[in-house]
Design a protein around this ligand. Structure first.
Ligand code: ADP
Ligand code: ASP
Ligand code: MG
Length: 402
C-alpha cells in the first residue's frame, strides 16, 4: 500500500515528539508499505519567524517572506531523516525544489500547478521512507513560494492525488474533526465521518484543523482523508464524498477571529461603483468575504465588507488611493471582529435554522453586525470578545454535544 501521512507542527514540536512520529512511521514501513511523510515546521516556528520580521520591517517583500518561512519545514524533514537514520531505517528528506512541487507565482498564497513525481517514485523504489517539506513550492522563476498558513495539509493531499496513494492520513493534536473547535467548545463531539462539502465549508469558515484548499483538492481528486491524533491510537474522522444520510440541519460550528470590516460611507449611488471598489481590491489580491450595501439615500449609499486582518494594511492603501474617484465621504476600518458560522447540508430544507441562530444570539445578549447565508451555512459577524460565547450558545442551541 502507498501511504501519505502528514504531521503538523505540534506533532514534531520537540525531540521527544520527533521520535514519537518516527516510531509511527516505522510501524507502517515495517508492515511493508511505501510511506511518504509530509511535515510542518516544529511548534511555533512559523509564528516566531513572522515575529522576528516585525522587528525589522512593516512591509517585507513577499518573496523574502517565503524564502524565510519555508526554512521551518526544511528543518523538520532533515531532523526526521536524521532520527530515522539513527534508528536504522532508510530515508531521504526532500524540499519543494527537489520534489518538483511547481506552484503559481503568488508568494504567500501560491497554488500547486503540478508535482513532478519522478524523484519521489525513484526514492520509493529504492525502499526509502520519503520525507517531504509541507507548505512550500517553487514557481516558474525557481523561487520558493508558500501555500498560505496551514498549507502543509494541501501538500499532503496533492502528493496523495498525484501518486494515487491508497491512504492519506493527517495527524494533528486533536483526535479528529469535532462539531466545533474542542479548545473553544468544551463539550464538542468528535464526528465519525464528514462529507467533503461540509468539511470544505467548516475549513473555509475558520476550523483550521484542515487547510481549506486541502479539502478542495481531496474533493476534486477523490482522495479519502483521515484526520487523527499523532499522540493517541484513537480512530480519527473520515472525510469523504457522498451524501450525509442524516442530513443534519446543523452539523458543525466554526469561528474565525481574524476578521476586519471596512465601511465606505457616502459613496455616489451610481452604476459601477461596487465594481470599481471590488475590482481595485481584486487587482490587489484582496479576498473579500461578507458584503453589505445599504439602500441609497439622497444620491449616496454605504458599502461594508469584511477581509482577513492580515490583509488590512494592503486594503487601507488601496481604499485610500481610490477615495476621491469613488466619491467616498468617510472610511471606517474596524478590527476585533469575529465570524461565527453554522454549517449543515440539511439547512436548505429547514426554514427555522436562521431564526434559531438569531434567537440563540439574542438569549446570549450578543449583537450581530452582519449576516450572510447560503444553502449550507449561515455566518454572522460579532465582536471578537463574543466569539467563544456565541459558539458555545449555538452548540447548545443545536444540541450538538455528546
Ligand atoms: P497542525 O499543526 O497539526 O496542522 P492545527 O493547529 O493547524 O494543527 O489544527 C489543529 C487545531 O485545529 C486543533 O488544535 C483545534 O484547536 C483546531 N480546530 C478548529 N476547529 C476544529 C474542529 N472543528 N475540530 C477539531 N479541531 C479544530
Ligand atoms: N508551518 C506552516 C504554518 O504554520 C504550514 C503548516 O503548518 O501547515 O502555517
Ligand atoms: Mg494545520
Amino acid at each position: 500500500m502507498l501511504i501519505v501521512q502528514k504531521y503538523g507542527g505540534s506533532s514534531v514540536a520537540n525531540t521527544e515528539r520527533i521520535f514519537n512520529v518516527a516510531n509511527r512511521i516505522i510501524e507502517y514501513y515495517k508492515q511493508g508499505h511505501d510511506v511518504i511523510v509530509v511535515l510542518s515546521a516544529q511548534g511555533d516556528t512559523t509564528d516566531d519567524l513572522i515575529e522576528k520580521v516585525k522587528e525589522i520591517s512593516k512591509s517585507p517583500s513577499k518573496r523574502e517572506m517565503d524564502m524565510l518561512l519555508s526554512t521551518g519545514e526544511q528543518q523538520s524533514v532533515a531532523l526526521m531523516a536524521i532520527a530515522l537514520t539513527e534508528m536504522g531505517y532508510p530515508c531521504i528528506s526532500l524540499n519543494a525544489a527537489q520534489v518538483g512541487m511547481i506552484t503559481t507565482a503568488d508568494y504567500g498564497n501560491a497554488r500547486i500547478k503540478k508535482i513532478k513525481t519522478e524523484r519521489i517514485k525513484r526514492e520509493i523504489e529504492r525502499k526509502n521512507i520519503v520525507l517531504v517539506t509541507g507548505f512550500q513550492g517553487i514557481n516558474n522563476f525557481d523561487d520558493i513560494t508558500t501555500l498560505g498558513r496551514g498549507g502543509s495539509d494541501t501538500t499532503a493531499v496533492a502528493i496523495a492525488a498525484a501518486l494515487h496513494a491508497d491512504k492519506c492520513e493527517i495527524y494533528t493534536d486533536v483526535d479528529g474533526v469535532y462539531t466545533a473547535d474542542p479548545r473553544v467548545v468544551k463539550n464538542a463531539r468528535k464526528i465519525k465521518e464528514i462529507t467533503y462539502h461540509e468539511m470544505l465549508e467548516l475549513a473555509s469558515l475558520g476550523a483550521k484543523v484542515l487547510h481549506n484548499r486541502s479539502v478542495e483538492l481531496a474533493k476534486k481528486y477523490n482522495v479519502e482523508l483521515v484526520v487523527r491524533s499523532s499522540l493517541t491510537k484513537a480512530e480519527g474522522t473520515i472525510v469523504k464524498g457522498g451524501f450525509n444520510m442524516e442530513k443534519m440541519s446543523v452539523s458543525g460550528i466554526a469561528g474565525d477571529d481574524k476578521v476586519a470590516r471596512v465601511a465606505l460611507i457616502g459613496i455616489d449611488d451610481t452604476p459601477g461603483k461596487a465594481f470599481e471598489v471590488f475590482n481595485a481590491l481584486a487587482k490587489g489580491n484582496i479576498n473579500v468575504d461578507l458584503i453589505i450595501q445599504s439602500i441609497g439615500h439622497e444620491g449616496k449609499k454605504d458599502i461594508s465588507f469584511t477581509i482577513d486582518t492580515d490583509a488590512l494594511e494592503d486594503t487601507k492603501k488601496i481604499i485610500n488611493n481610490n477615495i476621491d474617484r469613488l466619491g467616498v465621504k468617510v472610511v471606517d476600518f474596524e478590527q476585533d471582529l469575529a465570524k461565527v458560522s453554522i454549517v449543515g447540508a440539511g439547512m436548505a430544507t429547514d426554514a427555522g435554522v436562521a431564526s434559531s441562530m438569531f434567537e440563540a444570539m439574542f438569549d446570549a445578549h450578543i449583537n450581530i453586525h452582519m449576516i450572510s447565508t447560503s444553502d449550507i451555512k449561515i455566518s454572522i459577524l460579532v465582536n471578537k470578545a463574543d466569539m467563544k460565547k456565541a459558539m458555545c450558545a449555538l452548540h447548545d442551541k443545536f444540541a450538538l454535544q455528546y
